[in-house]
Design a binder for this molecule. Structure first.
Ligand code: ADP
Ligand code: MG
Length: 460
């Protein structure tokens, strides 16, 4: 991971890790005040947020409306998707009284974007099952701004951020030792604060803080050291983005249930553990990750929840299976075991990725990469983390923690805290929008960074 991070920072296309610039060079510190809005477009869910902050890292008030993204919009047109988003914001604002005048909006967009400023950037490609062709290459902030204007809203995107960056922003707002953020939801990704002089591919990049948040797009991480099973290959073949997002396909919520389903399918073909009723096991994505989690977490002696899920959701309800005494319990135990293995591998890979970032930052206790400052002394390190899989699945969290301690050693691990930032990806974006409000009303605090970069990269 560390090798690939270096390669991705050295040149565009130098690694499967894109190591994208975010143009976020200053993170919220807790002194922000006011009411701000944001939109969080994830892989599965869509959220509109209103956040009221007071000085001293206090979130006075927070309102979140969440809805699933309609499946057809993920494969339709750009216009369809952004109109849906703008309309949702319009409905949300209807009940609000603080919407006179111009409003700055944070837009959390959890897909890889090539940014040229903190408030604009073009979509590199879709991930997580989205495939809307006419969005690729377009400025997604502008797409949303146009849809907002068409809805008659006096709102403009002043911060276009990845979900990892939003999460890091909220983590940092609460705790200034927060140096990285990780998402484990439908997909998986991470970002961290890098020194600008280490971003070789962008020589001359200047920021006031001397650092910039880098969006790793670690879901696309790949290495010949990663053992790949036949099930990983089958899964990859089923997806829209074959040969991409290899790390994500082993770790995140969109895929874990499907990996287990592929294992069950093979078991059904090669043995009679599932009886004659195994037809449904040939349906891709019939087992969702929340069900995989529920199977693993069933601690009833007769695994009754596992039985229920197999019957109701996998339609393994043929009598021939359940009439045989003991065989079903044996089968259910096997099913639990498979879900356990898939979960454990995912959690351990995510933990290894986190250690990779800590290593790059010289905070993994090895000392070799330390930049002198604080060498030898354990430094407190906070990693902000969120996502439906991580937050909703305790066994996953346990395995991840266990692996972190195993790799770092107990002493170093004691200084590393994973902190869940509830709705951080959206709230953090609202806080960054607040920071960039000046973008909207004229004076541009980030102009220095942006122009400096553009001067050296005129083609962008
Ligand atoms: P996004 O922001 O990408 O839309 P979320 O962070 O809301 O996604 O996470 C949603 C994903 O998390 C779902 O696709 C699902 O796979 C996974 N998930 C949600 N709840 C659970 C749970 N209880 N156990 C395991 N996975 C879960
Ligand atoms: Mg999300």
């Amino acid at each position: 991971m560390v090798v690939e991070m270096h390669a991705g920072l050295a040149s565009d296309g130098g690694s499967k890790l894109k190591m994208l610039l975010t143009f976020v060079d200053a993170l919220p510190s807790g002194s922000e005040e006011g009411v701000y809005y944001s939109i969080d477009l994830g892989g599965t869910n869509f959220r509109v947020l209103r956040v009221q902050v007071g000085a001293g890292s206090v979130i006075v008030n927070q309102k979140v409306e969440q809805q699933p993204i309609p499946e057809e919009l993920t494969k339709g047109t750009s216009e369809g998707l952004f109109n849906f988003v703008a309309l949702a914001l319009k409905n949300f604002l209807e009940g609000e009284d603080d919407q006179d005048g111009k409003m700055a909006l944070g837009f959390t967009f959890s897909f890889p974007v090539r940014q040229i400023s903190v408030s604009s950037g073009s979509l590199i490609r879709w991930t997580k099952g989205f495939s809307i062709r006419d969005t690729v290459g377009r400025d997604v902030a502008q797409c949303l701004n146009e849809a907002l204007a068409n809805c008659g809203l006096n709102v403009r995107v002043t911060a276009l951020v990845n979900d990892t960056v939003g999460t890091l922003a909220l983590g940092h707002y609460y705790d200034e030792d927060t140096v990285a953020a990780v998402i484990i939801g439908s997909g998986t990704n991470a970002c961290y604060i890098e020194r600008t002089d280490a971003i070789i591919k962008c020589q001359g990049l200047l920021t006031n803080s001397g650092g910039m948040v880098v969006n790793m797009e670690w879901g696309n991480f790949w290495s010949s050291h990663l053992p790949r099973t036949p099930y990983d290959i089958l899964l990859d073949d089923e997806t829209h983005n074959r040969n991409d997002q290899g790390f994500e396909k082993m770790i995140s919520g969109m895929y874990l249930g499907e990996i287990a389903r592929l294992v069950f399918h093979r078991m059904a073909q090669e043995s009679d553990v599932f009886g004659d009723a195994a037809d449904s096991l040939s349906n891709p994505f019939i087992l969702s990750t929340p069900f995989l989690a529920a199977i693993r977490e069933d601690d009833s002696p007769d695994l009754s929840e596992v039985r229920r899920i197999l019957q109701e959701h996998l339609k393994l309800s043929d009598d021939s299976l359940f009439q045989i005494p003991d065989a079903p319990l044996k089968t259910r135990r096997l099913v639990v075991k498979v879900c356990d293995i898939v979960t454990r591998r995912a959690a351990r890979l995510a933990a290894a990725g986190i250690v990779g970032i800590l290593k790059k930052l010289g905070r993994d206790g090895s000392g070799a990469a330390s930049s002198g400052r604080g060498r030898g002394q354990p430094r407190r390190t906070v990693v902000a983390i969120e996502g439906g899989l991580y937050q909703g699945y305790p066994v996953f969290r346990e395995y991840l923690d266990e692996a972190l301690v195993e790799i770092l050693g107990e002493e170093v691990a004691r200084n590393v805290t994973l902190r869940v930032t509830e709705d951080g990806s959206g709230v953090g974006a609202a806080l960054l929008a607040a920071k960039n409000f000046a973008l909207y009303i004229g004076s541009d605090p980030t102009l220095n960074v942006t122009t400096f970069y553009l001067m050296r990269h005129p083609t962008e």
